[in-house]
Design a protein around this ligand. Sequence first.
Ligand code: EPZ
Length: 421
Amino acid sequence: MQKIVIEGGARLKGEVRVSGAKNAALPILASAILGTGTSTYRNVPKLADLGTMSKLLTLLGAKVESVDREGHVLRVSTDALTTHHAPYELVKTMRASVLVLGPLVARYGQARVSLPGGCAIGARPINLHVAALEQLGAEIQHSHGYVEARAPQGLKGAQVHFERITVTGTEDVLMAAVLAQGETVISNAAREPEVQDLALLLNKMGASVEGAGTSTIRVRGVSSLHGTEHAIIPDRIEAGTFLIAAAITRGNLVVSGFIPEHVEALASKMRQAGVDVTAAGHGALRVQASLKLRATDITTEEYPGFATDLQAQYMALMTLAEGISFVSETIFENRFMHTQELARMGANIRVEGRQAIVAGVAELTGAQVIASDLRASASLVLAGLVARGETVVDRVYHIDRGYERIEEKLARVGARIERII
Ligand code: EPZ
């Protein structure tokens, strides 16, 4: 199993560019099911999860081809979709496979998608996806670990209210609504930039979506959609991870090729903690070393609040801050798996329910640690960058799900880091 080995103590300097957003690319690839003809997607991150989504589309009968050498441009044609069955073998490796549920029901009037099952950070049910599709007229049953959805007369526009904000739930029902008869209003919708990017793409395919990025999205159903071209937005979570990497190593780093407003909640917390975060030209922020870090509390919230996907990384930074930080995780019920591994590196963290209490320490020391989930593994890499001595992060397949060649990008800005096979 591959590992990442880090010799701590190097200050990051220079400039690192952000890749395309995994969590925008996944629903956008799934949306290809809705259209006839061919779509071309640029700035696609080369990540394991996108490979899984490509495999799933191919299994459904789509043609998915890589247009460029690096795999950042994908061309998908879905004229010959032959089945509407997303099998357990694939879905169990990536829960975002549930994003084909809405498009399959909308386009073909039926879908059979394996229930994704839980994952390290929580139970992660899809009851809200199912309830929303039922409000559009889908008849849904559960059997043998699969969700079976049917809409023989097609879907009908409706008022859809989410009792709880869900990102992929919003994306699933949005993709179903664009081909439903009549108007759909989605209330308490997720406002994430990835939802906005999906809506932009759907409108380029001929849909009629308004209000994406707000809590109320209005959709006027159309009879068909066509292929299009689209560049995926940059990954705000990768950008935030690199901003924190610069701060934790007391470096002087420019993170570029992204949309700074997408990380405003993080940037403002970093400034409160005493980190110098400044604009560095279009689509870039600079982080400069700061004498000391002040403990700063965070509470994760839906966008535009502090992203749950940056909680573990920020906690790594707070392990070295002066004072006590309270980290509250309101989105997932079990997203503190990194605390034990950080503690093995000398961090002083106590978890009480959905709150972690982080008492800053003078230094972290390198250790052998194990990644448990995507963002937890990122926090261990960040801790390794500053820890005294060597850190070995095991099970790095977790990190490859969300970061494109992270060790190469960090090494290029001064980190002493390598992957061992
Ligand atoms: C998306 O997951 C992201 N994944 C996650 O990123 C991210 O952490 C999460 O949104 C929150 O921002 C993708 O976009 C592919 P939710 P999603 O539905 O849509 C509960 C990463 O690291 N819920 O917004 O699955 C759920 O259990 C990943 O890149 C239900 O109860 O998250 C959670 O507690 C991790 N029933 C809360 O809502 C449902 O039907 C928010 O989940 C759906 C969700």
